[in-house]
Write a protein that binds this ligand. Structure first.
Ligand SMILES: [Zn+2]
Ligand SMILES: [Zn+2]
Ligand SMILES: [Zn+2]
Length: 145
């Protein structure tokens, strides 16, 4: 019997019409287990024993992004943070919150955010990403910025 993780990986790859390979499955399993977006470096550190070649990780992430399986959630400290797109809609990513005090990043799933309005003619929106900054619940009570 296949594990639940392995079935989820298979479903994701099927939905993107991608063949199952070792590196693809390994990277998806890291992303599935993460509760926040990860940098390429964090994914590579996680998989150092499985995928020693960082170029493989870079290329696999790029192909996941092209297939729409993975989104670049945001850029922070000059590094893109990647996550599965399964909690995003076609036109909108779920918002992300960064705490200015402790640096924690939270995925805000289930919040509703209106799509931007009043754009001039000729602009076509592919996806809206919202990023919030402030204090997380553990820091909020202690400090005033
Ligand atoms: Zn997204
Ligand atoms: Zn905090
Ligand atoms: Zn997220």
């Amino acid at each position: 019997m296949k594990s639940e993780m392995s079935l989820r990986i298979e479903n994701l790859l099927n939905s993107a019409n991608l063949r199952r390979t070792g590196p693809r499955a390994a990277i998806l399993s890291v992303l599935l287990q993460a509760d926040k977006p990860l940098t390429q470096g964090q994914i590579a550190a996680n998989l150092a024993a499985v995928i020693p070649n960082k170029v493989t990780i870079y290329r696999t992430l790029a192909s996941f992004c092209r297939a729409g399986l993975v989104h670049k959630a945001f850029m922070h400290k000059r590094a893109w943070h990647f996550e599965l797109a399964d909690k995003c809609t076609e036109s909108q990513c779920h918002p992300h919150f960064t705490c200015k005090s402790c640096g924690v990043v939270r995925c805000l799933v289930g919040l509703s955010v209106s799509i931007v309005e009043g754009l001039k003619k000729g602009f076509v929106i592919h996806r809206q990403q919202v990023r919030l900054e402030g204090l997380c619940p553990s820091c909020g009570g202690k400090k005033s910025m």
